[in-house]
Design a protein around this ligand. Structure first.
Ligand code: ADP
Length: 774
């Protein structure tokens, strides 16, 4: 075969490899290349194009340029702005650079034309290879996604194997070295094999890329999916008009927030939560929680307050008008108001109204609120065991709500109400924290201007609240709380007091509640006393009030049924309404007796007389105690017994009585269990009377604790006990000397009837109670 050499201008290409049959345009900017191009145009419009080894080399020399390249026909030249020329070329044949003829002003080279072999048989040789290549190329086109599908059709029409290999090579996205390698395959079969190998490799890579791509895409997809769903939800809500609702709701809240006079921190929090609500969507569970919280914020009286009535005279009038008696409480409130008027400050101890049930603690507190012109809220602490009940649960709890203090403030509707903490002595504690600790903070005027509820997470100012507490007895009030309180005792009422309360307050109140005019039902005074003495037994007037209500209802029914205009309630009516007397009181014996002493007891229901009996019988010194006696009372009996043994001579008792006699003390049960040390003196008196066979005066009652040395110690509930003695018709009452100061509190009606004897030791008691004592 003749070898064909040609002399042509050379243009080195950067990053491009051009194959025969390939049509391509590229820009030429280097001066040397432009000159080469111009030369080519002047001659046969052919140029030898070959790649430079490194695309970045600016001025390539011989060694920087590949030797194998392609002779191309120049099809078109286009001048671009700024000395650049765009050239359109078509590859013609491979050629190998043999010699540089000149290098300046442009490369001129001698190349050997490398035509494909002539004796290659298209039909036989490498058919299998070609098929495999076509199949692979199909797949490659699919996978790569950036080769037009028509290419495949074009390729089908090519039956020249060499040309096919070159055309495919020109489509492949390969690195330059790889392309150069393909270009340097002069043998058709070798070229085909290489193309197939490259194709297979590329397909693998593309598949791998796709796999990775899918994974990455999956990840991105999830985010996109969520976004998409959310957008869809929005669209659905919009369709359903919910979005509108939502917007309206936002607007409503916003309005409310700006109208409510909230402190800055509270307002910021409210707006923050509103913003959260906007993003959560109002139909989600979270939305519900936020909404409830916002409602709480908006309903609390952060800045609303009532104006105090500082008119002392009108306050006094209100207090007097609404309650009978209770002088101490009323005086203390007037004092409090006066101080406030002078100093404009409300600091000071918390008032604690202490007394048995039904004596009007709650209702006087209500009256105080009325007199002060403050709103009133009441919260019972009975049975509160958990700190969270006072201070609330954190919002993260399901169904969390604020504690009772904040709840009460919401009910109060002003930030300066009168807040009644009822039954503070009935609070207890367990593992969930001590509610008393939380209450301490509430009641402490130094701290309570920033009370923080767990649910609200905002400071609430309680410093303007007037707290009043109530208790039945002070013994059970937690000590630190007790230290902050000023106790005002509200003791039980005498029958006379109850009578007044009943006639002047309870009856008019009940008549009014039942819509009856004053003169339509008239309850006689003796009926009122009957109800007080024989149908109720209590320190307060709660049952009495219920009885009155019942009397009035029955009377109304009678008026209706029998068409009467008026009903008079008399003793017989009371009996017909309620049956026989329910409670009777011990009346004193008519005569003095041995071993029978009238003691006095004080229970939650008020005072009562307590007859104590003792008897001595031959035996060997046993002391028997019967009746419903508590442990303290039993011990007290034993102490008295020992005292008598030690001082037998003094009282005309045989000194070895404890060897010869058994003693039995009995306290008749009565309705209520009794306990406490205050029956001590009565039991000693009964025992001495029984042992010495001297009678006890029947008109004397006594109370007092006894010690082993015979001293008489003070007792509680003097007023109630005195009332009981008075009711029973006693005329002399022996009380411990240390209780003298309490006599002041005894109503005059009682004091005038009773002769009080003060005893500091048992001798005084015996002198005054045992007849013919000497
Ligand atoms: P407490 O709180 O001490 O248990 P309440 O305040 O519930 O007692 O009183 C029971 C009822 O007795 C109320 O209707 C109250 O108005 C009435 N009451 C009690 N004491 C008086 C009083 N001194 N004057 C008028 N009403 C009274």
């Amino acid at each position: 075969m003749d070898r064909d050499f040609r002399e042509l201008p050379l243009i080195p290409l950067r990053g491009i490899t051009i194959f025969p049959y390939m049509v391509l345009h590229f820009d030429v900017g280097r001066e040397k290349s432009i000159l080469a191009l111009e030369k080519a145009m002047l001659e046969e419009q052919k140029v030898f194009l070959t790649a430079q080894r490194q695309a970045k080399t600016e001025e390539p020399g011989r060694e920087d340029i590949f030797k194998t390249g392609t002779i191309c026909n120049i099809k078109q030249i286009l001048k671009l702005p700024g000395d650049t020329v765009r050239v359109l070329v078509e590859g013609e044949t491979r050629a190998l650079l043999k010699e540089y003829i000149s290098e300046e002003p442009f490369f001129k080279v001698k190349v050997e034309v490398l035509e494909d072999e002539e004796n290659y048989d298209e039909n036989k040789d490498c058919e299998a290879l070609v098929r495999a290549i076509k199949k692979n190329f199909n797949e490659y086109v699919k996978l790569s996604g950036n080769i037009p599908a028509e290419t495949i059709i074009t390729l089908d029409e090519i039956d020249n194997h060499g040309r096919l290999a070159d055309t495919i090579s020109s489509y492949l996205m390969l690195k330059q070295e790889k392309k150069q390698e393909l270009l340097e395959c002069y043998e058709i079969e070798e070229r085909l094999q290489k193309v197939l190998a490259v194709l297979a490799n590329e397909i693998e890579i593309l598949k791998l890329e796709r796999k990775i791509g899918v994974k990455v895409k999956n990840k991105i997809d999830k985010v996109q999916k969520d976004y998409y769903l959310r957008e869809q939800l929005k669209a659905i809500q919009e369709e359903l008009g919910e979005d509108d609702d939502n917007k309206k709701e936002m607007k409503r809240y916003k309005n409310k927030i700006s109208k409510a006079k909230l402190p800055k921190a509270v307002k910021d929090k409210a707006l923050y939560e509103l913003d959260r609500l906007k993003n959560t969507g109002s139909y989600s569970a979270e939305g519900g929680v936020i909404r409830t919280y916002l409602d709480w914020i908006l309903e609390l009286p952060w800045n609303t307050q009532t104006k105090d009535n500082l008119d002392i005279k009108s306050a006094r009038e209100i207090l007097e008008k609404e309650h009978y008696g209770l002088k101490d409480v009323k005086d203390r409130i007037i004092e409090y108001l006066s101080v406030k008027k002078m100093s404009k400050s409300l600091k000071g101890p918390i008032l604690c109204l202490m007394g048995p049930p039904g004596v009007g603690k709650t209702s006087i507190a209500k009256s105080i609120a009325h007199a002060l012109n403050r709103n009133f809220v009441r919260m019972s602490l009975g049975g509160v065991r958990d700190e969270a009940e006072i201070r609330g649960h954190r919002k993260t709890y399901v169904g969390a709500i604020p504690g009772r203090i904040i709840y009460g403030m919401k009910q109060a509707k002003s930030k300066n109400p009168l807040f009644l903490l009822d039954e503070i002595d009935k609070m207890s504690n367990d593992f969930r924290g001590d509610p008393a600790d939380a209450l301490l903070e509430v009641l402490d005027s130094e701290q309570n201007n920033s009370f923080r509820d767990h649910y609200m997470e905002l400071d609430f100012d309680l410093s303007n609240v007037m707290f009043i507490t109530t208790a039945n007895s002070i013994g059970n009030i937690p000590r630190p709380l007790f230290d902050r309180m000023e106790v005002i005792e509200v003791s039980g009422y005498t029958s006379e007091e109850k009578f007044h309360i009943c006639r002047e307050y309870l009856i008019p109140k009940q008549l009014e509640e039942n819509g009856i005019k004053n003169n339509e039902i008239i309850i006689s005074d003796s009926s009122i006393y009957k109800l007080i003495d024989n149908y109720t037994r209590e320190s307060g007037v709660r049952s009495l009030e219920r009885r009155i209500a019942s009397v009035i209802r029955k009377a109304v029914a009678e008026m209706m049924e029998k068409d009467k205009k008026k009903v008079n309630i008399t003793l017989t009516k009371i009996k017909s309404y309620f049956g026989a007397e329910i409670y009777t009181y011990d009346k004193i014996d008519k005569e003095d007796k041995i071993g029978v002493v009238m003691g006095m007891a004080w229970t939650g229901y008020g005072g009562d007389t307590l007859p104590i009996e003792a008897t001595a019988m031959s035996g060997n010194g046993k002391l028997e105690l019967t009746g419903q006696l508590g442990a303290v009372m039993k011990e007290s009996a034993k102490a008295g017994y020992s005292y008598i043994r030690a001082n037998a001579d003094k009282y005309g008792v045989e000194s070895d009585f404890y060897k010869k006699y058994d003693l039995h003390i009995h306290v008749p049960e009565g309705a209520v269990p009794k306990d406490g040390p205050s029956a001590g003196v009565a039991m000693v008196t009964a025992m001495i009377s029984a042992l010495s066979k001297k009678k006890v005066k029947h008109n004397v009652a006594m109370t007092g604790e006894i010690t082993l040395t015979g001293r008489v110690l003070p007792i509680g509930g003097l007023k109630e006990k005195s009332l009981a003695a008075y009711r029973a018709g006693i005329d002399t009452v022996i009380i411990p000397k240390d209780n003298e100061k309490h006599l002041l509190k005894i109503p005059n009606t009682v004091k005038n009837k009773l002769n009080y004897i003060l005893a500091d030791n048992i001798d005084v008691v015996l002198e005054n109670s045992i007849s013919n004592y000497s």
